[in-house]
Ligand binder design. Structure first.
Ligand code: FAD
Length: 519
């Protein structure tokens, strides 16, 4: 069985036993990638359960450096998570809900430690939202049983997607592996189940006894600094803090600003990286400071139609982008082998990749001599973020122009993105390298120069991130060595292109054909 099925059956098999468990001294919500108080399903359910018997609700977050390592979590993302935890602690504190934060060195030790804590707090009920990564699903499935052996009910509930994996299947009962029909089914599902866009209220205030009984958590919990393997410099700390203010209030005001100021023009402007046209909310979904449900609910309230695929075009397009996130979670849940370094399309397993260190380093550091690629990689390295169009250009360039194993790029992105999310990142890389679910056909190879001219015509984005090209005028900014600015930029240390587009294209087509065993 797939890991998602393991969890589902663990919950189903234990349902009646768990229902018999009486509420004891406390109810616990286990925070993971859902660092918010608003519209958080498991937190809401935990709060309702605690209220039923008038016992305190405790919130818990466990940091495991090994977890961060296993998920290739970027230092910028770890920093963001820790800052979000600080805001969360304050928000929960206003409701007299203690937040216990603890570092557990080994991932394997987490279930044991969770049990110890629950016993220490005399807690009978644990709640968490489902995460779709394989190890987490397996761990939660086991934990449902082992906690029940200790008379504790563990409820794991789907929350992160608007339409949860497993809800949609095609007419023939198969799982969708193409986005467009899946999206039509997704929209139809939301229209026929309008309650999926109902928001969950924040938790209730704890009874007064909570402050006294759990004074130790209130008083002694501090948010730790990043583990040594994920630390950042003071300069980076300052920069990330100002680029990415933390907390759910910030996420909500970003969403509101986007919906009032930019969403209507989203369809027209979203592909231009020099414009401030997209929502920049992905970091918040990844940390869970904003739910996709709230985002779509709010966007819809700005539309002229209640329907998700009618009314203002910008709003429709934006909603369909947020749905990509659901789509890739659906892919991860149903084809969990994508988590195991395998391409979604097995026939792409035999491509003979280059493992050229110099080219890989040039790509990582923004020194390929292709200005649009270099600008994008430098944006990533500086901000922990890259515009979607540029993610496609750089991913395609690595896999197709440099013929470097896309998994090296996928890993690099995860190690540097503030919004690093396994499912979306893996999906984006599979799309760009043509190895994934519903990908670009392999013979469609982005021409970085044409992409650059089309989406950064004036070169504003390039000049912002590649100072060596400041002052290079006109179209030369896209290709300085071929367009008469070679001498100037060479003096400033800007590299010559590491590959020639036409040759790389031919080499890529030949190599993909060979890997696929095609003539
Ligand atoms: P907006 O344009 O405002 O879009 C709204 C939301 O829709 C985004 O916040 C995001 O949640 C979702 N979304 C939009 N496009 C996609 C998409 N193609 N796939 C999945 N969700 C999407 N997104 C991540 O959140 N984490 C990643 O690790 C990630 N890695 C990527 C890697 C590659 C190679 C590619 C091509 C795309 C990747 N994306 C990833 C998707 C996309 O680039 C980002 O979600 C988007 O750029 C975030 O900016 P925004 O919030 O302003 O997006």
């Amino acid at each position: 069985p797939r890991p998602i099925e393991l969890l589902e059956s663990a919950l189903e098999e234990t349902k009646s036993e768990r229902a018999k468990i009486e509420v004891k001294g406390a109810v616990v919500h286990w925070y993971k990638c859902d660092l918010r108080t608003q519209d958080n399903k498991a937190l809401h359910l935990a709060s309702e359960k605690a209220k039923e018997k008038g016992v305190p609700l405790i919130a818990m977050y466990i940091i495991s450096p090994q977890d961060f390592e296993a998920h290739l979590t970027a230092p910028v993302r770890v920093d963001f998570i820790l800052r979000n935890l600080q805001v969360l602690k304050e928000d929960l504190g206003k409701l007299d809900i203690p937040l216990h934060v603890e570092t557990v060195e080994k991932r394997k030790a987490i279930p044991g430690r969770v049990l110890e804590l629950l016993k220490e707090w005399d807690a009978s009920h644990l709640f968490a939202n489902t995460e779709y990564e394989v190890d987490e699903l397996r761990r939660e499935a086991k934990l449902v049983h082992s906690l029940l052996d200790n008379d504790i009910s563990f409820e794991v509930t789907p929350d992160t997607c608007v339409v949860s994996p497993g809800e949609l299947s095609s007419g023939t009962g198969k799982q969708y592996s193409v986005y467009s029909p899946w999206y039509r089914a997704w929209v139809a599902y939301v229209h026929s189940h309008p309650d999926v866009l109902d928001l969950f209220g924040p938790p209730s205030k704890n009874p007064p006894v909570a402050r006294e009984r759990f004074s130790q958590i209130f008083e002694s919990t501090t948010i730790p600094s990043a583990p040594a393997n994920k630390s950042i410099t003071p300069e980076e700390k300052k920069r990330f803090k100002s680029l990415w203010p933390a907390g759910e209030h910030e996420a909500h005001s970003r969403l509101q600003r986007f919906c009032t100021e930019r969403i209507k023009a989203y369809a027209d402007n979203r592909n231009f990286p020099s414009e401030t046209a997209t929502s920049s909310l992905s970091a918040h979904y990844a940390a869970g400071t904003l739910s996709a449900r709230t985002a779509i609910h709010t966007a819809r309230s700005h539309n002229t139609s209640k329907s998700l695929n009618a009314g203002i075009q910008g709003i429709q397009t934006w909603i369909s982008e947020v749905a990509w996130r659901d789509f890739y979670k659906h892919v991860l849940a149903h084809w969990p082998y994508v988590c195991m370094n395998k391409p979604f399309k097995p026939e792409y397993t035999n491509i003979n990749w280059e493992y050229d260190d110099a080219n890989f380093t040039a790509w990582c550091t923004g020194q390929t001599g292709y200005p649009i690629v270099d600008a994008a990689m430098r944006q990533l390295n500086h901000m922990g973020y890259m515009h979607n169009r540029c993610r496609m250009i750089t991913a395609s360039f690595l896999a197709k122009h440099l013929l470097i194993d896309w998994r090296m790029g996928e890993k690099y992105f995860m190690e540097h993105l503030i919004d690093g999310d396994f499912a979306s990142n893996n999906g984006g890389w599979g799309f760009s390298a043509s190895t994934g679910v519903d990908p670009q056909p392999y013979f469609r190879i982005f021409n970085p120069l044409l992409q650059s001219e089309k989406f950064d015509g004036a070169g504003t984005y390039i000049r912002k991130w590649v100072p060596e090209l400041e002052g290079v005028e006109g179209k030369a900014v896209h290709d300085p060595y071929e367009r008469g600015a070679g001498k100037v930029v060479e003096k400033r240390g800007y590299p010559r292109p590491v590959v020639v587009h036409k040759e790389s294209r031919e080499r890529c087509l030949a190599r993909y054909k060979e890997g696929l065993g095609r003539e």
